[in-house]
Design a protein around this ligand. Structure first.
Ligand code: ADP
Ligand code: MG
Length: 450
């Protein structure tokens, strides 16, 4: 039942939005009720009332959708204890054991909250994220000494929040007395607004300027929020000036965050910028195996392969797909099998079909206005070469095609050419915002319309 609930969480999150989800869904604890009913424990009578009136039918639908059959939901007030937020994490069913182990040693930041199991130990490292990972490790070993600020960027669900939390955990593990602020830019802004309203700006400034490290997640959120940017600018300068470590994450590089003041952008660009790409197939397999390990479940290679192919570049999506398959297996008391995985993943929105190399060539061709025939040709001018390399890169990263098969589909080239193209685009992506922008747009198009 808990696995079923965990699997329903991403659906609920999508439909309720982040804020409502945090407030009303995260605190709920799921236990098995009588005769297969799903028993949801909530912290108070008021909460119970609210949930029953506003969210019960949505919860019912989501859980039933995941289970593949109508489920009975029972909501009760839990009198004994308030559930820990960590246990309501979306993948709690999968990583509960790890979370529990981590919590024992978890220390608390001065400002903000950490997800207990988002540690370096649970982070799978590979070519797509090692630069970011190494930077995060380096600054947690020697805050303020190596790179400052560190700016990590990458698409949704690729591990930015995980790395931000891991950095804070590691800093605290090494120096438990360190004062750390680890929070999202949105929480920073809400805190600021609250303080302004209550005339407590001095307190606000004091609080943020006294920390030893500031880890701010999702700074793209600051775009267009002038007052918050202004305040953050001063906080940034005060901390940076006294050698305190600053770590920022964003879904795009500083240069393409529209509505970001130039002075902040140049601060963001003043340290180390590292981007995180979608994980390679090997990394995704490793992530799946790491997730099932805590669960003593057998994950047959064909099932792992299927989940990897079906779940697009985001790790969150990948985990969601695994959780769904495991939940269906658990609710039917059967082992994981390919047939079961196919059935569990088919009806769900957000699960992407395999994108073919041909489809990628088409999309790249229309984005750059270069005919497909030229992409496949041996023409070497930049006008054709860059789009061709981008198409090869996407074929590898989104299309999941092998190097030789990509080479074959690009006019029968050598597979080393494709490997070279992938490396080149990784490098260009970090340096050239227009390349990054193109990749983001194409990635979005291909996923919306595989
Ligand atoms: P982002 O903040 O970039 O949107 P998150 O950090 O929230 O993404 O990651 C989404 C989910 O994927 C989390 O559950 C996280 O633990 C997991 N995840 C992402 N990258 C990795 C990785 N390299 N190894 C293990 N888990 C990962
Ligand atoms: Mg995040």
């Amino acid at each position: 039942m808990e696995a079923l609930w965990s699997a329903a969480l991403p659906l609920l999150q999508r439909q309720l939005g982040e804020r409502n989800f945090r407030v009303w869904i995260e605190p709920i604890r799921c236990t098995s009720g009588e005769e297969g009913e799903v028993r949801l424990e909530v912290p108070s009578r008021f909460f119970l009332d609210w949930i029953n009136r506003h969210y019960l039918s949505l919860i019912h639908e989501s859980v039933s959708e995941v289970a593949g059959r109508p489920c009975t939901i029972r909501t009760v007030v839990c009198s004994s204890r308030t559930p820990q937020p960590a246990e309501a994490e979306s993948d709690a069913g999968v990583t509960r054991a790890a979370a529990r182990a981590d919590r024992r040693s978890a220390r608390v930041p001065k400002i903000g909250r950490l997800v207990p199991h988002y540690s370096f130990a649970t982070f799978v490292v590979g070519p797509s994220n090692e630069v970011a990972y190494n930077a995060a490790q380096a600054v947690s070993a020697e805050p303020g000494r190596k790179f400052n600020p560190v700016f990590l960027h990458g698409g949704v669900g690729l591990g930015k929040t995980h790395l931000a939390n891991a950095t804070a955990h590691e800093m605290l593990r090494r120096s438990p007395r360190l004062r750390i602020a680890c929070l999202s830019a949105e929480v920073f802004m809400n805190d600021l607004i609250g303080s302004m309203r209550q005339n407590q700006m001095n307190g606000f400034r004091e609080r943020f300027r006294r920390v030893d490290a500031l880890i701010l997640d999702d700074v793209q959120f600051l775009a267009g929020k002038e007052r918050t940017q202004e305040e953050f600018f001063h906080t940034f300068n005060a901390l940076h000036g006294s050698g305190k470590q600053i770590v920022l994450t964003s879904d795009k590089p500083p240069a393409v965050i529209a509505g970001l003041e130039p002075r902040l952008r140049s601060r963001f660009e003043g340290g180390l910028i590292a981007d995180i790409h979608p994980p390679t197939r090997e990394m995704r397999l490793a992530i799946l195996h790491a997730k099932v390990r805590t669960h003593s479940v057998e994950l047959p290679p064909a099932v792992a392969e299927f989940i990897v192919q079906r779940s697009g570049p985001s790790v969150r999506e990948l985990e969601g797909a695994l959780t769904r398959v495991m939940a269906v297996a658990a609710s039917r008391h059967v082992e994981l099998s390919l047939a079961l995985a196919e059935e569990s993943l088919r009806p769900f929105p957000g699960v992407r079909n395999f994108v073919s190399v041909e489809r990628i060539q088409e999309a790249v061709s229309s984005y750059f206005r270069v005919p497909v025939a030229e992409l496949l040709s041996h023409e070497r001018t930049r006008r054709v070469a860059l789009p061709r390399q981008i198409a090869m890169y996407l074929s590898r990263m989104i299309g999941e095609a092998s190097y030789p098969s990509i080479a074959e589909k690009f006019g029968g080239r050598d597979h080393a050419t494709v490997m070279y193209a992938v490396r080149t685009i990784e490098e260009k992506r970090a340096k050239d915002p227009s390349v990054d922008q193109a990749l983001a747009v194409l990635d979005g198009q291909l996923r919306a319309n595989p």
